[in-house]
Ligand binder design. Structure first.
Ligand code: SF4
Length: 423
């Protein structure tokens, strides 16, 4: 037995409600269970309950045993003086408020169907990758949609928080934040930190002055990245250009070291050199990425703007002086969509929060519903259980549900789990 399970029993009134009484025999009628409180203070707030002949408005506190009240030192905390009902699994001693008045107590042990407890225990003990796997198909589409909507909103909020950290570091500069966040995601998983450090040590304003010259942008990016070796004619010229700019803009002291970049276990097309070359070209294409993302309504136009090729040298080389066996193509569709999902949408979500702009949030959802789903082992599991995963809305939500609910056995907070237990 856990307190979380008693929360569930109370919240969904999953016990025999006929002849509901306090331990001292007063009749209980529940009009409102109250709102689950995840902060300090009583577990449910703003409940409305009739006890005996008096209708009360106040809070409800939940415990395994009534004596836990003292164990948790609630008798010393005046926030608990407004508790109108103490809901416990087992009543082992009477509890009074600070003014010595007896707190009405409801004991659930004798009025709860033990089968419900077994069902919950089975979910907790189930070692399957999705604990409710066997029962998942029995849950209604409504419950599935409700939990997917809920977790997707949470995921967007968490991703927006990551952007917010950068936004705060950049003193509220949206343009610089967009550049940093875009750079971070251009490193994909392996080189995201190196890309972010590079952007943080090479101000956008410096790059923008030379936006019309791809060669100069490459010189600054590769030079600051610490990846510039004079091994052929092209790299020697880039180095010469970088030396000039590094003096002009005092860049050298903040340059990265080559050791910060990871090349291992990755295909040449994903080498950081190729991603840097693509990023360099991308920076020459737009005056303001922030305006592009916030003001363009067409997903297709943003996809087109992000789909860049690298310069001719980087179509033929995967590193300085290292020729590729075949032509290296530009950023593919999957990578473009990845940047949309992990950069553009979180950025828009934060912008929508900061400006209280529902239109932008609706745009995020529309984009997610249009971009095709990602495919990985988590989406495969859900598909095998019959969940439809067509768009990135579906894949993002199902990944979140798996990672933050199923893996952590938060079935009592999941609409599917609640429905399964009720059946
Ligand atoms: S969290 Fe929900 S979907 Fe996941 S195992 Fe529990 S009941 Fe099933």
């Amino acid at each position: 037995m856990t307190e979380a399970f008693i929360h569930y029993l109370w919240q969904f009134q999953q016990f025999d409600q006929s002849n509901l009484q306090t331990i001292s025999g007063e009749k209980i009628s529940v009009f409102k269970t109250g709102f689950l409180n995840t902060n300090a203070g009583p577990d449910f707030t703003n409940a409305r309950i009739q006890i005996g002949t008096i209708e009360w408005a106040g809070n409800v506190e939940i415990h395994l045993r009534s004596s836990d009240w003292k164990l948790h030192k609630h008798q010393q905390d005046e926030a608990y003086n407004n508790v109108i009902l103490h809901v416990v699994w087992e009543n082992d001693q009477p509890i009074v408020r600070q003014d010595k008045s007896l707190i009405a107590t409801l004991e659930l042990k004798k009025i709860t169907d033990i089968g419900l407890l077994y069902k919950y225990q089975n979910l907790l003990d189930n070692q399957a990758i999705i604990p409710c796997k066997e029962l998942f198909s029995e849950a209604s589409n409504l419950s599935k949609i409700a939990i997917l909507d809920k977790v997707l909103a949470k995921r967007l909020e968490q991703k927006a928080q990551v952007v917010e950290e950068l936004y705060n570091k950049n003193n509220g500069d949206w343009e610089e934040t967009t550049y940093h966040f875009l750079a971070k995601n251009f490193g994909f998983k392996l080189n995201s930190e190196a890309f972010l450090s590079l952007a943080q040590n090479l101000p956008l304003k410096v790059l923008q002055k030379h936006r019309n010259n791809l060669f100069q942008i490459e010189a600054m990016l590769f030079g600051q990245a610490g990846l510039l070796d004079s091994v052929d004619d092209y790299s020697a010229k880039l180095k010469q250009e970088y030396d000039f700019f590094s003096t002009k803009f005092s860049l050298k002291s903040s340059a990265l070291s080559a050791k910060q970049w990871k090349f291992l276990r990755t295909r040449p097309a994903n080498f950081p050199t190729i991603r840097l070359a693509q990023f360099a070209n991308l920076l020459t294409q737009q005056q303001s990425f922030f305006s592009l993302f916030t003001q363009t309504d067409s997903l297709e136009n943003i996809q087109k703007a992000l789909k860049v090729e690298q310069s001719v040298y980087w179509q033929e080389h995967y590193n300085f002086g290292k020729k590729a066996n075949k032509k290296l193509v530009g950023l593919g569709k999957d990578s473009t969509n990845n940047i949309l999902i992990n950069t553009v949408i979180p950025l828009l979500a934060l912008y929508s929060q900061k400006t209280d702009n529902q239109y932008i949030m609706d745009k995020c959802i529309r984009f997610l519903e249009t971009i095709p789903a990602e495919k990985n082992h988590i989406t495969d599991i859900w598909e095998s259980l019959g969940l439809t995963i067509k768009s990135s809305f579906d894949s993002q939500a199902s990944i979140e549900l798996y990672n933050n609910f199923c893996m952590q056995k938060r079935c009592l907070q999941c609409n599917v789990g609640i429905e399964i237990l009720k059946k």
